[in-house]
Design a protein around this ligand. Structure first.
Ligand code: OGA
Ligand code: NI
Length: 363
């Protein structure tokens, strides 16, 4: 029965402590008392905030249409290889997600955030659940908080969709998200295929493992009196295998850890930002590495992003692939995706390269 399957997932994910809606807090100057503001102020921003010179390095740009074309493929595939080995992050252009699909989703997301709080909270997370509108990784009343609201949804496989968590306003929201999910799922699997070929293994190997997609929609309100002391999304690497990030409005905020410093990423118009997550680092036995990143906030403008997170299916094993380890030594433990997910969410905070650290075998 459908409910038992959803119940199973509840047990795997656990829930999150309820917290204030940040969009509402940002909109009401009286609500943001010194006490509340304090919960969002991050002392580490003062010491940790070393930015790499914006112009010194640019993340690689991969052109999907060149990759799809048999004549031009080889050179683009080697660019992809370099991007995966050296960066763990790249921009993907001409990715094939139709502009209409992206525009419709953007419009519906803006529409959702324009709704009054009570309407948005119709899809609020329920106690003990992570899906829906709220936040993740909050375990205490003292813990520092991220300046953002999250809408987290299961999107693939289709029978995992739990529509009670999907906004029904604007009325086209669900269709728009479904279309976007289907299109990005295809792109992600195509990229996973090229990655496998680059790694010298069968094209389908990594793709076949990654049967799941969730989306994490991030809303970062502006904050005039604290934007440089707050964080929108704490430093983390993604627990999944492959992330495709779409910037919904043209406000920057994503920064990636590069040579010990934070490098701001300015998305190219229409591009998807692709990054490697912990599960892929583990599957490739460290040949591809997940990269820490964070989101900072803006003094005046809101920022919205949507991360499509592609992960191994629950019954699959997350561990170094035998074809890649070969005669070498596995660097990580192997666990089922169910165990992996439980571990990921049982640690109620985001930090560094969490899953890579937790599963590393001692040398
Ligand atoms: C994420 C993420 C970055 C951003 O959702 O995992 O890293 O720019 N988002 O919103
Ligand atoms: Ni992330």
């Amino acid at each position: 029965m459908e409910t038992t399957e959803a119940d199973e997932r509840l047990k795997i994910f656990g829930g999150c402590m309820k917290t204030r809606n940040v969009q509402a807090l940002a909109a009401d100057h009286n609500a943001l008392t010194a006490d509340i503001l304090e919960r969002y102020i991050r002392p580490e921003m003062a010491v940790d905030d070393v930015l790499l010179d914006n112009c010194s390095e640019e993340i690689p740009v991969i052109d999907m249409s060149t990759l799809m074309d048999e004549v031009s493929r080889e050179e683009e595939a080697s660019k992809l290889k370099f991007a995966c080995e050296d960066w763990g992050f790249f921009q993907l252009v001409n990715h094939g997600v139709p502009e209409k699909v992206i525009e419709e989703l953007k419009e519906d997301l803006m529409g959702f955030y324009d709704l009054p709080l009570e309407k948005r909270e119709e899809v609020a997370q329920l106690p003990g659940d992570l899906e829906g509108y709220g936040q993740a990784f909050i375990a205490s009343e003292e813990q520092k908080l991220d300046w953002a609201d999250m809408l987290y949804l299961f999107t693939q496989p289709p029978h995992f969709r739990n529509y009670k968590h999907w906004p029904s306003q604007p009325p086209s929201f669900r269709d728009s998200l479904e279309n976007y999910s289907n299109a990005t799922y295809k792109v992600a699997h195509s990229i996973l295929g090229f990655m496998a070929t680059n790694l010298g293994i069968k094209r389908e190997t990594i793709s076949e493992i990654h049967g799941s997609q969730t989306v994490r929609i991030n809303y970062y309100p502006p904050c005039a009196n604290g934007h440089d002391k707050m964080i929108g999304l704490s430093p983390h690497s993604d627990g999944c295998g492959l992330t495709l990030l779409l910037q919904v409005n043209p406000v920057s905020g994503l920064q990636i850890r590069r040579n010990g410093k934070w490098l701001p990423i300015v998305p190219l118009p229409g591009a998807l930002i692709v990054n490697i997550g912990d599960a892929l680092e583990i599957l490739t036995n460290g040949r591809y590495k997940s990269i820490e990143h964070r989101a900072v906030i803006n003094a005046k403008e809101e920022r919205i992003s949507i991360a499509a997170l592609h992960s191994p299916s629950f019954e699959k094993t997350v561990g170094p692939l035998a074809e890649i380890v070969g005669e070498g030594t596995p660097l990580f433990k192997s666990v089922t995706m169910t165990e992996y997910t439980k571990l990921f969410f049982s640690q109620k905070k985001l930090y560094g390269k969490k899953m890579v650290q937790l599963l590393k075998l001692n040398p």
